[in-house]
Design a protein around this ligand. Structure first.
Ligand SMILES: Cc1cc2nc3c(=O)[nH]c(=O)nc-3n(C[C@H](O)[C@H](O)[C@H](O)COP(=O)(O)OP(=O)(O)OC[C@H]3O[C@@H](n4cnc5c(N)ncnc54)[C@H](O)[C@@H]3O)c2cc1C
Length: 436
């Protein structure tokens, strides 16, 4: 590896947010695309597994590896252009989302996707995970904001896919093949992302304390039937509220059914208030911002409380939320455990956290919950991706909803782009295929 040692490097063990281990032969910190190319070409020539790293906030073991080359993109952190006519921002992959928000906001723009890890995760990591977030209800996941990418392929070739245009029908949509590819098809070195003007309408945050867990489904279904479109509808259960109070001094009022937090434009506020059930309070200003920030730190509070963060990421059709909630209650009762549920409930996306110590039981609970989503016509992952954690259940979902041929197509794409299987191997599609 001597020929690469002029590139900034180190050798250390790492652990991601969920506790998966990374034991690399070497970590490189490239400063530009040509350094990435050199590293990838070396790995390709010498058949060494190579894994991109953003900030390690993945929850599924997506960067876990042993005897690999880890490519830490954190030094490629420049915002290269904010185009105020074509309305895009061009960035390097190591830019943190929080810095991107600040930069575009200072020019009167808004980049809506906000995974709750926005204060630490990078653009490259969030694109590669196909991240969602809180404002997904109104603005959709990050996928919908990616226009074009530069990618170093596993062979070391560089491609630019897509165009920084709102409309572009030239060829297969390769840009969105790389979105959500979890670092298994190449390393993103530049991204063009869509931005919009900062919204001008006044936005309120509505807090609803709920008498029980099932009332949250009633509220969300009521909102949908009334044709109301919030910016976000977030839910945390009673144990998460307690974890926030105990570990982050949140000072939140406790409620056995948990808390629903809805962000809504002023012209829809009165209609919203008519359909809500529970103890309702309308907030604006500092308190609204404080609650948004506490919601985004809920996973940190749960980890501090339980010393673990093993989160599901199931999605169910919103019409099926009542059944999903009743099944989750049954599973918790059967295993005599709590789930510390954090949820982008407005998207039907729930994150029950499994806090049992016994590894076998943990796996059992995980699979039982994932099966609920599959049986209800949902998905085992809405936004966290698959990594190692969900490969088996991803395979189950695709076999059940799409058919085995779709797994064949996916592995075919992986083999075509990564003929030596060096790019983040042994996870995601490749691992799911082994469960075929
Ligand atoms: C507190 C907390 C809250 C979270 N909340 C949400 C949420 O609300 N919504 C949501 O969707 N997710 C959420 N997540 C998980 C989410 O997957 C990550 O936070 C984020 O998207 C990953 O960004 P990262 O920079 O940390 O990437 P990493 O974890 O370092 O990497 C993630 C994946 O991307 C790959 N990768 C990284 N950079 C590149 C690159 N330049 N090119 C190619 N591949 C690359 C890696 O190999 C890996 O497969 C949360 C996580 C935490 C810890």
């Amino acid at each position: 590896m001597e020929e690469l040692l002029d590139i900034e490097h180190s050798k250390e063990e790492r652990e991601d947010f969920a506790g998966y281990k990374i034991s690399p032969t070497m970590i490189f910190f490239p400063k530009n695309e040509s350094e990435v190319v050199r590293i990838v070409k070396y790995a390709y020539t010498h058949n060494i597994p190579i894994v991109p790293w953003g900030s390690g906030s993945s929850l599924t073991g997506a960067t876990a590896c042993k005897d690999c080359i880890l490519v830490d993109l954190s030094k490629m952190d420049k915002i290269l252009e904010i185009n105020d006519v074509d309305w895009y921002v061009r960035v390097q992959p190591g830019v943190k989302l929080i810095d991107l928000y600040e930069a575009v906001e200072s020019k009167g723009f808004f980049f809506p996707p906000d995974p709750a890890s926005f204060f630490l995760c990078t653009v490259g990591g969030a694109i590669s995970e196909g991240s969602g977030g809180m404002r997904g209800v109104k603005y959709g996941p990050l996928r919908e904001w990616v226009l074009s990418l530069r990618v170093v392929l596993p062979t070391g070739e560089v491609v630019k896919v897509g165009e920084p245009l709102r409309k572009n029908r030239a060829g297969y949509d390769l840009t969105h093949l790389f979105v959500g590819s979890e670092g298994t098809l190449g390393i993103i070195t530049e991204a063009w992302l869509r931005i919009i003007p900062k919204p001008r309408k006044k936005i309120y945050t509505v807090k609803v304390l709920l008498p029980d867990f099932s009332t949250v489904a009633e509220n969300i279904i009521g909102i949908r039937k009334a044709r109301i479109l919030p910016e976000f509808s977030e839910y945390i259960d009673a144990d998460v509220i307690r974890a926030l109070n105990r570990n982050l001094n949140a000072g939140l009022e406790e409620s056995e059914g948990g808390m629903l937090l809805i962000s809504i434009e002023e012209d829809q506020l009165q209609d919203l208030l008519k359909v809500l059930k529970g103890k309702v309070e309308v907030l604006e200003g500092d308190e609204a911002e404080r609650l948004y920030s506490l919601r985004s730190q809920a996973a940190i509070a749960v980890k501090a409380e339980t010393r673990t963060f093993y989160a599901e990421d199931i999605v169910v059709p919103i019409s099926k939320l009542p059944e999903a909630i009743s099944k989750l209650n049954e599973i918790a009762k059967k295993h005599n455990t709590k789930f510390y549920i954090i949820s982008h409930i407005g998207d039907g996306n729930l994150h029950p956290n499994i806090v049992v110590d016994d590894e076998k039981e943990k796996e059992e609970i995980f699979n039982e919950i994932a099966k609920v989503a599959i049986d209800l016509g949902g998905s085992v992952t809405g936004e966290h991706g698959v990594g190692i954690q969900k490969a088996k259940m991803m395979s189950e979902q695709i076999k059940s909803h799409n058919g085995e041929r779709v797994l064949d197509l996916m592995i075919g794409i992986k083999k075509m782009l990564d003929p030596k299987n060096i790019m983040n191997p042994d996870k995601y599609v490749e691992l799911a295929y082994k469960f075929k």
